[in-house]
Design a protein around this ligand. Structure first.
Ligand SMILES: O=C(O)CCC(=O)C(=O)O
Ligand SMILES: [Fe+2]
Length: 223
C-alpha cells in the first residue's frame, strides 16, 4: 500500500507551505490546519481548502484510503477506536503528505498552545504525531527528538517569523535519532522538541497526522 500510494503521489504536483514561516521550504500534498490558523483560531480558509482537496485524494485513484488504513492499523491495539476529530461539529482533514527534503527546524507541536480553546470538540489529555514513511533518502532524513518540553524562556530562541527555534534551545538535553524506513510508522509525543535532518539523494515523503487522546480514551486524528 505504501508503494502504491507513493507511486500515485510521485506523479502529482506538491504545494509549498508559506515559505516565510516554513523555511527551509517543505512540500506537501494535502491540507494542514497549521497553515490556516488566525489568532489562535481555525480560519474559514481551512474548510474551503479541505473541501477543494477532498476531490484531490480520490483523484489519486487508489483502491484504499491510506489515512483510514493508518487509523485502522493504530486501532487494532486501541480498544476505544481511532477516528478523525471534529471542530465545531465539522470533520477535520485526515492528514497531509509532507516532503521536508531540506529538513524541519527544531520545533514542537502542541494544539493546546497553538489554538486558544479546544481545537477538537473534546478535551485533549495527550498528544502524538503520526508519520508513515513512503520514501526515505539513503543518507540524511533522520528525525531527532529531545527530552525537552517548551518553557517560557525558550521564546528567546525562536527564529524570527518561523515555526522553529534555534537549536541551542534544547541545550544538552538527551536526544534520540530515528532513521525511518519505508513502510515504518512512528508515533512521537510532539510536545517534545524535534527536528528532521536534511535529506541527500531521494525524496523524503511521509503521510502525517496529529493524534490526541480525548478524556474518554478515544484517539482523535487531524491534519
Ligand atoms: O517527518 C517527520 O519525521 C516528523 C515531522 C514532524 O515534525 C511532525 O510530524 O510533527
Ligand atoms: Fe513536528
Amino acid at each position: 500500500m505504501c508503494e502504491q500510494t507513493l507511486r500515485a503521489l510521485e506523479s502529482r504536483e506538491f504545494d509549498s507551505y508559506g515559505s516565510k514561516r516554513v523555511d527551509p521550504p517543505v512540500l506537501r500534498y494535502g491540507i494542514g490546519v497549521s497553515d490556516h490558523r488566525r489568532n489562535g483560531k481555525v480560519a474559514g480558509s481551512y474548510w474551503d481548502a479541505l473541501e477543494a482537496h477532498r476531490q484531490a485524494w480520490p483523484a489519486l485513484g487508489l483502491p484504499f484510503d491510506p489515512y483510514k488504513e493508518c487509523r485502522d492499523a493504530l486501532g487494532t491495539d486501541w480498544p476505544r477506536g481511532v477516528v478523525v476529530g471534529h471542530h465545531d461539529g465539522r470533520e477535520m482533514g485526515p492528514g497531509v503528505a509532507r516532503e521536508p527534503n531540506q529538513g524541519f527546524q527544531v520545533h514542537f507541536d502542541d494544539a493546546l498552545r497553538e489554538f486558544s480553546g479546544d481545537l477538537l470538540d473534546a478535551p485533549l489529555v495527550a498528544q502524538f504525531a503520526f508519520n508513515l514513511y513512503l520514501s526515505v533518502p539513503k543518507s540524511g532524513g533522520e528525525m531527532v527528538l529531545w527530552r525537552h518540553l517548551w518553557c517560557p524562556t525558550d521564546e528567546a530562541f525562536r527564529l524570527p517569523h518561523s515555526y522553529g527555534y534555534d537549536k541551542a534551545v534544547v541545550g544538552d538535553a538527551e536526544s534520540i535519532e530515528l532513521k525511518p524506513e519505508v513502510g515504518e510508522a512512528i508515533l512521537i509525543n510532539p510536545r517534545y522538541y524535534h527536528a528532521v535532518r536534511p535529506s541527500r539523494g531521494s525524496r523524503r515523503i511521509a503521510l502525517g497526522f496529529a493524534v490526541a487522546m480525548s478524556d474518554i480514551g478515544e484517539l482523535l486524528t487531524w491534519g
